[in-house]
Design a protein around this ligand. Sequence first.
Ligand SMILES: Cc1ncc(COP(=O)(O)O)c(C=O)c1O
Length: 383
Amino acid sequence: MSVTAFNAQAVREREFPITESWCYLDHASRGPLPASHVAAVTAFANDLMCAGEPFAYQTADKMDELRGLAGGLMNAEASDIALLTSTGRGFGVVASGLDWQEGDEIVTYAKEFPGVVIPWLQLEDRGVRVRFVEDRDGRYEVDDVAALITDRTRVVALSLVNFVSGFRAPIEAIADLCKPRGIWLVVDVAQALGAIPVDAQALRADVLTAQVYKHVLGGFGISVCYCSPEIREVLRVASAGWAGRPKEFIGSPDYTIPLSPDARRFEASHPGSLEVRGLLASLTLLTESDPALYQGHIADLSRELTEGLQARGWVVANSDRPAERSSIVSAVKPTGTADSLDEDMRKAHVACSVRSGRLRLAPHLYNTSQDTEYFFECLDRSV
Ligand SMILES: Cc1ncc(COP(=O)(O)O)c(C=O)c1O
């Protein structure tokens, strides 16, 4: 039962018409667009239709606002945020920007989302070795990472929240391993940002990268990437473009103007101007909803789902350590497999997903007990 003061019902009615027809618990796959997002995109599309984009650099100003809001959500400065196009592009900035030497090593985890691993495997033909932390039933220990670190480790690449098990990794303790050794810590926060706290100062990673179409409710085509001032000093910008220079010079034909020292140096050009307007509205909604409050509400819903599944004999596969919980609930069916469950549930207009044979649920700020009750009603009918 929710004990927070967050008014989910008000945001549900105002911003999420999807709740009129769907019980939507699949934010780990993709989140629905809030009404204010669609209104902002529509209004700007209308401006484009009727007036073109009369102020050529208006989108650049909006991107400044976007970096500020994204930075606010991650407890980072706007100057530390690059707006890229996907989570993977954030990894690419590091994989293509470090001066790799034969024998260098990267440490990652055996059960990561492929996007966390593939960029480093491409370096193997340069003599770089990728080492895998072994899985311990959907999680791992800090010591498992420590055991793989050698004097050749250059990068540790992990996700904050695992896309299958929902394991919230002990990134702060891993930063304690990396910092004194000069190892770069690069973290995928795609399954965390928007749903649980992502605090750049507390995590002390060098890169935090996330698309925005899941828990940020922000649509496709843009990603946010925190890059620490320290890593910016050493990374070569492998694919530079006009947008990476300071804003006042982006259109200047003076090619001697250097790239901005800010994280925007990694932006080769602008993302779509419609997407920029939409994401601004989504980030405004999250920021104004008070992340500390609504994330508490999400945690309550995840707990409700966990307890309801356990009461029905499901094995909740998440770590039972409170610090390792996220918004994602991952559960194994007591008998048989959950493989076609997502399809059956979709027929009843319940959105959830199945990953590696496990049911995956991820609630958000506008879900209420109305959704969890309907979910269990349908689950009881379908299994
Ligand atoms: C952990 C994680 N990272 C990244 C992504 C998406 O990556 P990209 O933005 O590069 O397409 C997903 C999508 O499922 C994911 O679960």
